[in-house]
Write a protein that binds this ligand. Structure first.
Ligand code: NLE
Ligand code: FE2
Length: 294
C-alpha cells in the first residue's frame, strides 16, 4: 500500500450501507462492470473490519485466481534471476500457493510463526502514520482485490499480488521484518508532516523499490519491483544511485510509472547500517539536520 490518494481509488460508503470504489477513467477496470462489482464487494469487507477480528474471507472468481497463477508463474522465473538471496530463502519458508489467491488470513497464519507479522485488510488508502505505525506492532495493512486481468504485468495501484508476493515473502525474513518494524517505530516517533514524508520516502526507495549488489550483480529487494514482471525486467537499466539518506528522503517520484531512479545498497549489512539505524533513532531534529547538511 502506499501514499498519495491518486493511485488508491477513493472508497465511498453510502447511507444505505453500500460501498463504491471510484475507479478513475484511466483505470484498466473502469469500463468492466464485473470488475467494478468485485472491487466494491471486496472494499466492503475491509470497511467493516476491526483489529482483532479474523480477516474476512474474500471469494475470488476463477478469472481472478488465474491472474494470480499467471503472475506467480512469471515471477517465479524472474525472481530466480533478479531477486536477492534473502528474499528467495524467505519465500521458500513462507510457501505461498501458486495456483490460487491465498486468503489474507492464511498469509497471516503462515507469516506469524516465522516473524510475528500479521495481515490486516485495507479498503484503500490508509493514512501514512497509521499504515507505517502499526508495522512497529507487526501488522501489515493489505489490499485484498487483484489487478485487472488486462494488465497483469504491472499496476501502479497496490493489489493483493503486490502486498503478498512482494511484501509477505519479504516479511518472512527476520532481517527484513526487523527493518519494517523499525520503519514503523520511526513513523510513530516523528512529529512533523515533513519528517513523516522523509521517513516514508526512505521506505519507498528501499523496502518498496530498493536494489542491492549481490556477488557483483544488481538484484532487487523492493516489493514494488518484485511484484511486477514488467518492471523487474527494467530495473537494471535505470538511473542507479548510491544509498544515501538525504537523497532518498528528498527525491520526488512518480508512482504511476516504472521507477527510473533507484538506490543501490552495497550489501544487506549496509542497508541495515544506514537505513535500519536511521529508522531506529531518527526524530524531527535529526531529519532536519540531514536535510540541511546532507
Ligand atoms: N507496480 C507494482 C506491481 O505492479 O506489482 C505495485 C507497486 C505498488 C507500490
Ligand atoms: Fe507496497
Amino acid at each position: 500500500m502506499f501514499e498519495e490518494a491518486q493511485y488508491f481509488a477513493p472508497v465511498a460508503k453510502r447511507e444505505d450501507g453500500s460501498v463504491t470504489v471510484e475507479l478513475a477513467s484511466s483505470h484498466p477496470g473502469f469500463a468492466d462492470e464485473v470488475y467494478r462489482e468485485r472491487r466494491n464487494a471486496i472494499a466492503a469487507l475491509a470497511l467493516n473490519y476491526q483489529l482483532g477480528d479474523p480477516v474476512p474471507h474474500a471469494e475470488y472468481t476463477e478469472e481472478e485466481h488465474q491472474v494470480w497463477a499467471l503472475v506467480s508463474r512469471e515471477l517465479a522465473v524472474k525472481h530466480q534471476r533478479y531477486a536477492i538471496r534473502e528474499f528467495l530463502d524467505a519465500g521458500e519458508r513462507l510457501g505461498l500457493p501458486k495456483d490460487h489467491i491465498p486468503q489474507l488470513q492464511e498469509v497471516s497464519d503462515r507469516l506469524y510463526p516465522l516473524t510475528g507479522f500479521r495481515y490486516i485488510p485495507a479498503a484503500g488508502l490508509v493514512p501514512l502514520r497509521e499504515f507505517y505505525g502499526v508495522l512497529a506492532d507487526g501488522y501489515f495493512h493489505s489490499t485484498q482485490y487483484i489487478r485487472h486481468h488486462s494488465v497483469p504485468f504491472y499496476t501502479p495501484e497496490p493489489d493483493i499480488i503486490h502486498e503478498v508476493i512482494g511484501h509477505a515473502n519479504t516479511l518472512a525474513s527476520d532481517r527484513f521484518a526487523e527493518l519494517y518494524r523499525l520503519a514503523g517505530g520511526a513513523a510513530r516517533r516523528v512529529e512533523s508532516e515533513g519528517a513523516l514524508q522523509f521517513v516514508s520516502k526512505v521506505f519507498w526507495f528501499t523496502l518498496e523499490f530498493g536494489v542491492m549488489r549481490e556477488a557483483s550483480e544488481l538484484k532487487a529487494y523492493g516489493a514494488g519491483i518484485l511484484s511486477s514482471y514488467g518492471e523487474i525486467e527494467e530495473f537494471r537499466g535505470m538511473d542507479i544511485r548510491p544509498l544515501d539518506l538525504k537523497a532518498m528522503g528528498t527525491t520526488e517520484y512518480d508512482i504511476t510509472k516504472y521507477q527510473d531512479v533507484l538506490f543501490e545498497a552495497m550489501s544487506f549489512d549496509q542497508l541495515e547500517d544506514v537505513v535500519g539505524s536511521f529508522w531506529a533513532t531518527c526524530d524531527d531534529d535529526s531529519i532536519a539536520r540531514i536535510v540541511a547538511e546532507g
